[in-house]
Each structure stands twice: as C-alpha cells, then as structure tokens.
Design a protein around this ligand. Structure first.
Ligand SMILES: [Zn+2]
Length: 77
C-alpha cells in the first residue's frame, strides 16, 4: 500500500474517527487504542473483526477510545 494514504486512515474501532494509524511492516497500529490491523495484498483491512487487540484488552468495548466515546455520549437504554 502507498504510505501517502496513511494520514487519511482512521481506526474503525474509534467511534469519533479521530485515532490515526501508523505503519509497522505489514500491520497498521492505532495511535489511540493500539489495536493492530493487517495489510493484505497491499490493502489495509480496517474492520473491527480483523483487529488484533492489545493483550491487556479483553474485548473491543474495553478499548480506551471506545470507552472515551461512551463517556461523551452515554447510551440510554
Ligand atoms: Zn483505535
């Protein structure tokens, strides 16, 4: 993939779409939640189901960026 696209990519796990991604070989790493996304055949796979979460995070809704967004807009149900 072309690194020129990097600044415009956002973490799919960040509800506010503000977390940017940095490249490490064939992986993109979120600056906000540290989740890793694979690059396959030159294309970044930015879907929550492909995310490799940091070891200390049990599930995607425990990620800092997701929790921060939930604080801003609490669910009412
Ligand atoms: Zn993220």
């Amino acid at each position: 993939m072309d690194d020129a696209f990097l600044p415009s990519l956002r973490c799919p796990l960040d509800p506010t779409r503000q977390a940017t991604l940095s490249r490490d070989q064939q992986t993109l790493i979120c600056s906000g939640c540290q989740a890793k996304f694979p690059i396959k055949n030159g294309l970044p796979i930015l879907t929550p189901s492909e995310a490799e979460l940091p070891p200390e995070v049990a599930s995607a809704d425990r990620l800092p960026c997701v929790r921060a967004a939930n604080r801003v807009r609490p669910r009412r149900d």
